[in-house]
Design a protein around this ligand. Structure first.
Ligand code: FE2
Length: 190
């Protein structure tokens, strides 16, 4: 078996370095390690940088809903209360998810950065990755590979009322949320 490298960082080329630097520092509750006229490095954990930004002072084309490009980065919290804590911290700074989805394997909140890249804040539903794989290969994903949208305030309310992480991570809990097709936000209208 070959060596397994650790994922280290993601880099965005952006026409708005300052806005992106501030946004990622806030959303990841991180810090700027270095910044000059063309580069910025942000981290939030032991790694020296997790998000880097290339922002040379040149004109750039903006990403649109149909640009072929990376779609989102994802960050996993240990449990639903940590996810809720981050949601509330950002909500109180007027940073709200564009859409929240109960995928079944994860409970996910998708934010949009200033350039239109999504950032997924999530928790895993299953402790064992093999169980998540089995879920993806089972009937739920065959019927619908995305899952229903949910209202994050409703998630917070139900958690405060005593709902378990398992119940809140169950697609059935949100099946009748009536929030429409979350793919229209994630991918744009088709
Ligand atoms: Fe994802």
């Amino acid at each position: 078996m070959s060596a397994i490298p650790k994922f280290s960082h993601v880099v965005f080329q952006t026409p708005q370095g300052e806005a992106m630097r501030n946004w990622y520092s806030t959303v990841l509750d991180g810090r700027v390690v270095f910044s000059d006229d063309v580069l910025s490095f942000v981290t939030y954990d032991e790694e020296h940088h997790r998000i880097a930004l290339i922002h040379p002072p040149v004109a750039m084309d903006r990403k649109t809903e149909t640009t072929a490009a990376a779609h989102h980065t994802a960050f996993t919290f240990a449990n639903i209360d940590e996810l809720i804590e981050r949601y509330e911290l950002l909500r109180d700074k007027d940073i709200l998810p564009a859409v929240c989805i109960c995928h079944g394997i994860t409970t996910s909140m998708y934010y949009k950065d200033p350039d239109g890249n999504f950032v997924e804040m999530q928790i895993d539903t299953f402790e064992n990755p093999d169980d998540a794989t089995a879920y993806m290969q089972g009937p739920y994903y065959e019927e619908d590979s995305v899952g229903p949208a949910f209202d994050p305030e409703e998630l917070v309310k139900r958690r405060r009322e005593g709902a378990s992480e398992k119940e809140l991570g169950d697609r059935e809990t949100w099946r009748h949320s009536g929030l429409g097709n979350p793919l229209e936000i994630l991918m744009g209208p088709r």
